[in-house]
Design a protein around this ligand. Structure first.
Ligand code: HEC
Length: 112
C-alpha cells in the first residue's frame, strides 16, 4: 500500500520523495503542509507557478503576467488562479481553496 502511495507521489512529480509517514495518507498534496501544519503559499508557488512566472514573478514565460507589478485585488487573483486565463492552467482541481488563497497572497508579497 505504501509503495503504491509513493509511486503515486513520484508520478505526480512531487520531488520531495517518500518521506510522508503521518496519518494523512489520503491528503493529495502533502508537500503543502509546511512546518506547523500551515499551508505555505511560497511552497505552492515554487511547485506550481514558478515554471511560467519565475521565482520573483517576473519571468513571463508563454505570456505569463509579471506578478511583481500586478494590480489585481486578491479576489481577482483567486479567480484567475482557480479558473485559469488564456494559457494559464486552472488550479481549482489541483489546489484546495485554502491553498489557492495562500498562493494568491504570496503573489502579492512579490510586489515588495
Ligand atoms: C502554464 C503557465 C502558467 C502557470 C503554471 C501559472 N500561470 Fe499564472 N499566468 C499565466 C499567463 C499566461 C497569465 C496571463 C493570462 C492572461 O491575462 O491572458 C497568467 C496570469 C496570472 C495572474 C494574473 C496577473 C494579472 O495581473 O493579470 C495571476 C495572479 C497568476 N497568473 C498567478 C499564478 C499562480 C499563483 C500560479 C500557480 C498556482 C500560476 N499563475 C501558474 C501563466 C501561468
Amino acid at each position: 500500500m505504501k509503495i503504491i502511495f509513493c509511486l503515486f507521489l513520484i508520478v505526480s512529480f512531487v520531488w520531495a520523495g517518500c518521506y510522508v509517514e503521518d496519518s494523512s495518507n489520503n491528503k493529495r498534496n502533502p508537500v503543502e503542509k509546511g512546518t506547523g501544519g500551515g499551508i505555505s503559499g511560497a511552497a505552492i508557488f515554487k511547485k506550481y507557478c514558478q515554471t511560467c512566472h519565475g521565482a520573483d514573478g517576473k519571468l513571463g514565460l508563454n505570456g505569463a503576467k509579471n506578478l511583481s507589478v500586478s494590480i489585481l485585488p486578491l479576489n481577482q487573483k483567486i479567480e484567475i488562479i482557480s479558473n485559469g486565463k488564456g494559457v494559464m492552467t486552472p488550479f481549482r482541481a489541483i489546489l484546495s481553496a485554502e491553498e489557492i488563497k495562500a498562493v494568491a497572497e504570496y503573489t502579492s508579497e512579490l510586489k515588495q
